[in-house]
Design a protein around this ligand. Structure first.
Ligand SMILES: [Zn+2]
Ligand SMILES: [Zn+2]
Length: 347
């Protein structure tokens, strides 16, 4: 398998971000990414202008973010813009599916803060919907907003936004586990929601959600069976296929890059990985490798069933059900949230 790293959920000058598509691609290359997915609010102007494609080594893909006052929905791999329908998000989901797209419920439990934009938040509040492909469990921008709990903390986090990295949204993870427990093949996604907003606090220039910093933080790592070729249309198909299947993990790569992580299910000489559905056999085991020393939790049907420390981790006594991995790295004697894998389904 070949690993590629990308950043999802980015806003450009075509909505409320401050960078052009070319500038975003440049920052992505500096951050060491292989691909990005730009999702501007309510439009795909970049796609319509033919701005999707390779910029040097970075593949820029363009989707969109649908809906305004709540129920934000990321639509990837679509060709036609889809209109907002906040009152009936099921229609939005269906329209994305009709185009063969990938739909992700964005920042579903965003809370906001009274110290930022008058407490405005954009949660998802209609869970009777069906047919979406993913949930954004970790959104850098929402995590930052939700952590502005006091005026003092708000000022502190303006200058040191990394301190708001407290891991994925716990409620979103719970929802993911619940849906997967019901037999739904919903995948976990992470996004930066980068806007790269510049403003002045008195005389001091401030930047919120800079492209460069967020592109080094909450990323999506995907696994492909074949290498990318440099042909934009072919590579686009491969990247979206891996994202749709959940052959991927979400990680905060800022302090410890998660390139090289693996989470495999084994039986005799056979191996399966994230996103796979596998028929259960007695004697199966799970192998996890983390590229740095870490604390790994094995999650089975939403419950933590084992913990292991180090770089190589082996888990035996595997049963039927849904397995995923959470890993923390250690820095200055403290564990910090790091890798959240997609699931392996044992049926
Ligand atoms: Zn949003
Ligand atoms: Zn957004």
């Amino acid at each position: 398998m070949y690993e590629y790293v990308g950043n999802l959920h980015i806003h450009s000058v075509y909505s409320d971000g401050t960078g052009t598509v070319a500038e975003i691609a440049k920052k992505a290359q500096r951050a060491g990414l292989d691909f990005v997915v730009i999702t501007d609010h309510e439009n795909m102007r970049g796609f319509k202008k033919g701005e999707e494609g390779y910029y040097n080594k970075v593949l820029v893909l363009i989707g969109m973010e649908i809906n305004d006052t709540c129920c934000h929905y990321l639509a990837l791999n679509i060709k036609e813009e889809i209109e907002n329908n906040t009152l009936n998000p099921q229609q939005v989901i269906d329209q994305v599916n009709e185009q063969g797209g990938i739909g992700i419920i964005a920042h579903p439990f965003e809370k906001g803060s009274p110290f930022y934009a008058r407490g405005i938040a954009f949660p998802w509040n209609q869970w009777q919907v069906k047919g979406f492909q993913g949930i954004e469990i970790w959104n850098f921008c929402s995590g930052w907003k939700d952590n502005l709990e006091s005026r003092l903390k708000a000022i502190f986090l303006l200058f040191w936004p990394r301190f708001c990295i407290t891991g994925p949204d716990k409620e979103a993870l719970k929802k993911l586990d619940f849906l997967q427990g019901q037999g739904e093949k919903v995948a976990a996604f992470g996004g930066s929601d980068a806007h790269n907003i510049r403003f002045r606090l008195g005389f001091i220039p401030v930047m919120v959600g800079s492209y460069l910093k967020t592109f080094r933080s909450v990323n999506m790592h995907i696994l492909l069976k074949e290498k990318l070729t440099g042909d934009y249309k072919k590579d686009k198909v491969k990247i979206y296929e891996a994202l749709r299947q959940g052959r991927s993990w979400v990680a905060d790569d800022y302090r410890r890059n998660s390139r090289g992580f693996s989470f495999n299910l084994k039986y005799e000489d056979r191996t399966w990985t994230m996103g796979d559905e596998v028929e259960y056999r007695e004697g199966m085991w799970i192998e996890v490798f983390t590229p740095h020393k870490s604390r790994v939790r094995l999650i089975h049907n939403g419950q933590r069933v084992a913990v292991s420390q180090g770089r190589k981790h082996v888990f035996k006594s595997i049963e039927k059900g849904v397995y995923r991995i959470e890993a923390d790295y250690m820095i200055l004697g403290c564990y910090r949230p790091w890798i959240y894998s997609n699931s392996i389904f044992l049926v």
